[in-house]
Write a protein of this length. Sequence first.
Length: 250
Amino acid sequence: MVFLSMFVNQVVPGSVSGDVSRVWLGRSEGIAIRALIGSVILDRLAGLTAILLLCVAGLPILHIIAGDDSFFWAALGLVVVGTSAVVLFFSLPLMPQWLRDIRFVADVVAYSRSAGSLGRRPGMVGAILSLSLLPHVAAITSAAVLANQLEVSLGFAGAAAILPPILLAAMLPISFAGWGVREGAMVLGLALVGVPSATAIAISVLWGTTNLIVGIVGGLGWLLIRPQPLGLAVAAEMKDETESIGGGAP
């Protein structure tokens, strides 16, 4: 499911498309749709919380590097918006009863309560956040390595301060897999340490290309491991359509 969603995210605008593919694939395996939607929401919540923690940890260093530069204030704004979204999600059960009686809202409130119940299990919360931090740390490390290959030495402090807000901006569901948004943020962020715009764009493109390759490999892998069910589904649909046409003929 994860590899398929990574592939879909690369070819369909908006990161939500990958979540939809995960729900669709899980539904085809007979998993209840409410459980699938709940798992996607909680996964997104954990991922957002993890990247926000990285951004908050790097803000003091970013302020030293950037001062009053617009990049710092943009990063701070993203952190405030993201944190507000997380707080709002956990506050949903406090809404007026008449709003919670709406079916769709009631489902979302149920997911919020499920997430809130994890607060009583700190060990589970720690494990979830630790696992959610790993892909972000891996992505930031890969970007730092790519920058080093282009003779741009960010250092640990620079990478930890500048790259998390760029990754957070790229997660916004307003582009194809963050393309364009990531490049603009990279130019602004790396300018703080004297990196030319062309070099910053090259780093960002290479960074995005690695994600694209992983997504393509994931998509191909999914096609290879699911050829028979997919073929049977198509064959069944064609058979049903043929029978319906034949049944309607005089």
